[in-house]
Design a protein around this ligand. Structure first.
Ligand SMILES: [Zn+2]
Ligand SMILES: [Zn+2]
Length: 309
């Protein structure tokens, strides 16, 4: 059954690693975005953009293996299949919405290629807002406490598949999320971002926490500063040392990460328990992230969101 959660291997990759492995890939996001919009057959996706047959079939196979699609035969001779979104596949839509909203707000260059979102409840274009499912109040990075859970060891949270699956030949989708991909598009970037969101601010702490090679840590921190998600501040004890601090742009990415982790932990279960445990400070309950319409405040449902363009 694809609609019950997948049990992961004891001691292996945890829900965060699996979620990042799936969602840190531009083509997977592109395929899912169009699936939410009704694509089911090869030709449907081929008509939406310049994806190659090889890339499409590899990604569909991977997403089916992970339980986001169900393969359904629609023709006997020749044998042909449709790919139907499962519940877990369909539940990716709030993550896509939050990525588009963040790019639209913080990456002006990509604005023109992003879809518009309309809430049928209030008949307006909207910006989604992260809320707590239990108390329905708004929740940002600083409204939530995060503790490691029993499967939360850093080494288990790093996806091993993103960089391997990428190749120059596969190109990029026409609808890109360039800044999002700097943050989650390779295994070490996402680990570094996680450390930054959890308040890590010194070089040595990044190395210790993420177990990334120091050259990678330097490279990713430089990219984060260039992208404007982190800034450096001098350290009083030595002028050539700096600390790294999350900017507003960096903190504003929290909804994407919170929704990705919640989705991962909903559908991929490590036998030891969750990787991270979130608590909403205001209500004291377990934090279950949801999106609300920024205009009318109603909690968003898939059926009440129209994606245009
Ligand atoms: Zn709450
Ligand atoms: Zn609304």
């Amino acid at each position: 059954m694809t609609d019950s959660p997948t049990q992961l291997e004891p001691g292996g990759a945890n829900a965060i690693a699996v979620a990042l492995g799936i969602l840190g890939d531009e083509w997977n996001l592109w395929i899912l975005r169009h699936a939410v919009d009704g694509c089911r057959r090869y030709g449907d996706w081929m008509a939406r953009g310049s994806i190659s047959n090889a890339v499409l079939s590899a990604r569909l196979a991977g997403l089916t293996e992970r339980g986001l699609f169900r393969k359904v035969r629609y023709s006997e001779r020749p044998q042909r299949f449709e790919y139907h979104l499962t519940h877990r596949g369909a539940h990716v839509w709030p993550i896509l919405l939050s990525m588009w909203a963040w790019e639209r707000r913080w990456a002006p260059d990509s604005r023109a290629s992003l879809p518009q979102m309309r809430h049928t409840g209030c008949d307006n274009e909207f910006v989604p807002e992260l809320i707590c499912h239990t108390c329905e109040s708004a929740a940002g990075l600083h409204d939530v406490t995060t503790l490691p859970g029993p499967s939360g060891h850093w080494a288990r949270s790093v996806p091993d598949s993103i960089s391997r699956r990428r190749s120059a030949a596969s190109g990029h989708p026409s609808q890109v999320l360039p800044h999002t991909m700097v943050l989650i598009g390779d295994r070490w970037s996402s680990a570094m971002l996680g450390a930054l969101l959890l308040g890590t601010n010194r070089f040595g702490e990044f190395v210790d926490r993420t177990t990334a090679p120091p050259t990678i840590v330097v490279d990713r921190l430089t990219r984060f500063v260039e992208l404007g998600v982190a800034v450096t501040e001098p350290r009083p004890e030595r002028e050539d040392w700096v600390t790294y601090r999350l900017t507003d742009k960096g903190a504003a990415f929290f909804p994407v990460i919170a929704l990705m982790i919640a989705w991962g932990q909903r559908w991929f279960r490590a036998p030891e328990g969750p990787a991270l445990e979130f608590t909403h400070i205001a209500c004291g309950g377990a934090f279950i992230p949801r999106l609300a319409c920024g205009n009318c405040r109603a909690q968003l449902k898939a059926v009440s969101v129209q994606i245009v363009g």
